[in-house]
Design a binder for this molecule. Structure first.
Ligand code: 4AD
Ligand code: MG
Length: 461
C-alpha cells in the first residue's frame, strides 16, 4: 500500500510489509554489496532512506540520478541508535521519470538569488519545501482563527471599478476589441471603456465590498489575492500578494486592535505548535535570531501602542539621521517604522490616529478634525504588516472626505448607501500574508515566501 514518507517516519504506519513509496531521488550511493537512495516525496523535510541489499539484482540502479522520480516497493525496518528510526528495504524499484545528470538541483547549497531564477524547481529544495508547507498550514490557521470566532469567509471581486486605497496603483483590466478600439473625441484610445465599456482594474483591497457584507452578516473576512501596480523593488513589496481582510460591524478601533493582536498571537502560537518541523528549520538555517524564543516572548507580552503624534515626537527626539525628514504630517517611511519597532519599542507596535491627509478616504475622522481612526501594526525587521481603521459611518462626513479626495460620488453610491440604511460603527484591517510569514519565519525577502513572486521582470511563471 502507498504511504507518505511523513507517516512512515513519524511511526504512523503499522503494517511494515508491502509498502509503496513514490517520490524523487535526493541522493544515491552504490557500492558492491549495498546501495542507498534517499527519497523525498514532499510530505516532509526528511528523506526516507531506501536500502538495496543486493544491488546487482537491480538493473535500474545505474539509470537513477538525483531528481529521478521513483516507485519503490519494499518493507520497513526499524533501526536503532540513529536519528531516523525507520528505513526501507527495497524489493522492487521502478523509474517513473528519468532525470538527466545536468539537473540544476544537485546536492549542494544554492543561493536564494539563484533559486529565484529557477522558481519552477526551487519547491523541491529543502528550504522551499518547508516554506510551501508552512504557507499551507498557516493558511489553514487563518481560516481556523476566524471560523472559530464565527466570522464568515467571503469572496470579493478581483475585477473592480473601485480604487479602495486611492493610491493610483491599479493594474488595468481591458477586454478591448483590438479591431475596434473605443476612441475619445481626440482619437485616442478611451481607456475608460476597458471592461465592456466600464473602467476597471485588479483589486487593491476587498475592503469596500467586505463592508457591504459586514453590513449584512456582521463579522466577515476575505483571504485572497490583491494587486498593486507599484514599481518598487524592495524586499517587502510584490505586485500580487495575499491579503486577509476582516471587517466587523458594531466594532470600534479599540476592539479592532484587540482582534489584530489576538489574531497575530494566534498565528504565532499556531506556528510554534503545529509547524514544529518548519520552525525548527527556520531557526537553524534561515533566521538570524531565535524565532521560536522570540515568538514565545511575544505571545506572553502585550504589543505596544502609540499615537502617530507621539510616534513623530519619538522620532524627532531620536535625533537620527533619517533619509526622509521627520515632521508632523509625513507618511512614515520604512526607516521610521523600523526605528520605532527595532530601536525604540523593540517589539510590535500599533500606531494609531494618523493625519487625515495621508490616509484613505474611508477612515473615521476624529473630533480634532485632522486625524483619523487608523491603525498600522509595525514589527521589527519588516515595518508595516497590518493596516486598518475604524470606518467613517456618518454619511455627511464620508461625502465630505470623498469630495476632498476628488472621488466620483456616483461611482460609490452603493458604498454611501451603507451609511444611509442602518449605518453602524464598523472597523477592519488588512494583514499582508507574505509579510506575516516573513516575520514568523525570519525569511527576509518577500520573493522567497511566495512560490511565484510577481515583481517587475518576473511574470513568465
Ligand atoms: O495598508 P494597506 O494598503 O491597507 C488596505 O489595503 C486596507 N484596505 C486594509 C483594510 O483595512 N481592510 O495594506 C494592508 C497590508 C499592509 O499592511 C501590508 O502588510 C500588505 O497589506 N501589503 C503588501 N504586501 C506585499 N506587497 C505589497 N505591495 C503590499 N502592499 C500592502
Ligand atoms: Mg498601509
Amino acid at each position: 500500500t502507498r504511504k507518505k514518507v511523513k507517516d512512515i517516519l513519524s511511526g504512523q504506519v503499522e503494517d511494515m510489509s508491502n509498502i509503496t513509496v513514490l517520490g524523487w531521488v535526493r541522493t544515491k550511493r552504490v557500492s558492491k554489496n549495498i546501495a542507498f537512495i534517499e527519497i523525498n516525496d514532499g510530505s516532509t523535510l526528511e528523506n526516507l532512506q531506501i536500502v538495496i541489499l543486493n544491488p546487482e539484482e537491480f538493473e535500474v540502479l545505474s539509470d537513477i540520478n538525483t531528481g529521478s522520480s521513483l516507485k519503490v516497493v519494499g518493507y520497513l525496518d526499524e533501526i536503532k541508535g540513529r536519528e531516523q528510526s525507520v528505513e526501507m528495504k527495497a524489493e522492487k524499484i521502478e523509474i517513473v521519470g528519468d532525470c538527466p545528470s545536468d539537473y540544476e538541483l544537485q546536492k549542494k547549497r544554492h543561493s536564494f538569488e539563484y533559486l529565484r531564477e529557477i522558481a519552477h524547481l526551487r519547491p523541491r529544495t529543502n528550504t522551499f519545501g518547508v516554506v510551501n508547507r508552512f504557507r499551507s498550514k498557516m493558511s489553514y490557521a487563518v481560516h481556523k482563527f476566524f471560523q472559530e470566532r464565527g466570522f464568515n469567509y467571503i469572496h470579493t471581486p478581483i475585477i473592480t471599478a473601485n480604487d479602495t486605497e486611492g493610491a493610483g496603483e491599479i493594474f488595468r483590466v481591458s477586454n478591448f476589441d483590438l479591431e475596434n478600439l473605443p476612441l475619445t473625441d481626440k482619437g485616442e484610445v478611451d481607456y475608460s471603456q476597458d471592461f465592456f465599456g466600464e473602467e476597471t482594474g485588479l483589486t487593491v483591497s476587498g475592503q469596500l465590498e467586505a463592508e457591504v457584507l459586514a453590513s449584512a452578516l456582521g463579522d466577515v473576512y476575505t483571504f485572497g489575492p490583491t494587486f498593486r501596480a507599484e514599481n518598487s523593488n524592495t524586499a517587502r513589496h510584490v505586485a500580487e500578494f495575499w491579503m486577509i481582510e476582516p471587517e466587523m460591524a458594531f466594532c470600534n478601533l479599540e476592539e479592532n486592535m484587540q482582534v489584530i493582536e489576538d489574531f497575530l498571537k494566534y498565528l504565532f502560537k499556531y506556528a510554534l505548535e503545529e509547524c514544529k518541523e518548519e520552525m525548527a528549520f527556520f531557526n537553524k538555517w534561515i533566521a538570524d535570531d531565535n524565532r521560536v524564543e522570540k515568538l514565545e516572548e511575544l505571545i506572553e507580552s502585550d504589543f505596544d501602542r502609540v499615537s502617530y503624534t507621539d510616534a513623530i515626537e519619538i522620532l524627532i527626539e531620536a535625533e537620527q539621521d533619517f533619509e526622509y525628514d521627520v515632521e508632523w504630517g509625513i507618511d512614515l517611511q520604512t526607516e521610521h517604522e523600523r526605528y520605532l519597532t527595532e530601536k525604540h519599542f523593540k517589539k510590535p507596535v500599533m500606531v494609531t490616529d494618523y493625519p487625515r491627509e495621508i490616509k484613505a478616504f474611508y477612515m473615521r475622522l476624529n473630533d480634532d478634525g485632522k486625524t483619523v481612526r487608523a491603525v498600522d501594526c509595525l514589527v521589527p525587521g519588516i515595518g508595516e504588516i497590518v493596516g486598518g481603521s475604524q470606518r467613517e459611518e456618518r454619511y455627511d462626513l464620508l461625502v465630505k472626505m470623498m469630495e476632498e479626495d476628488n472621488m466620483e460620488l456616483d461611482q460609490y453610491d452603493w458604498f454611501l448607501d451603507l451609511r444611509k440604511y442602518g449605518t453602524v460603527p464598523h472597523s477592519g484591517f488588512g494583514l499582508g500574508f507574505e509579510r506575516i510569514l516573513m516575520y514568523i519565519s525570519g525569511i527576509n525577502n518577500i520573493r522567497d515566501i511566495i512560490a511565484f513572486p510577481r515583481t517587475p521582470g518576473n511574470a513568465k511563471f
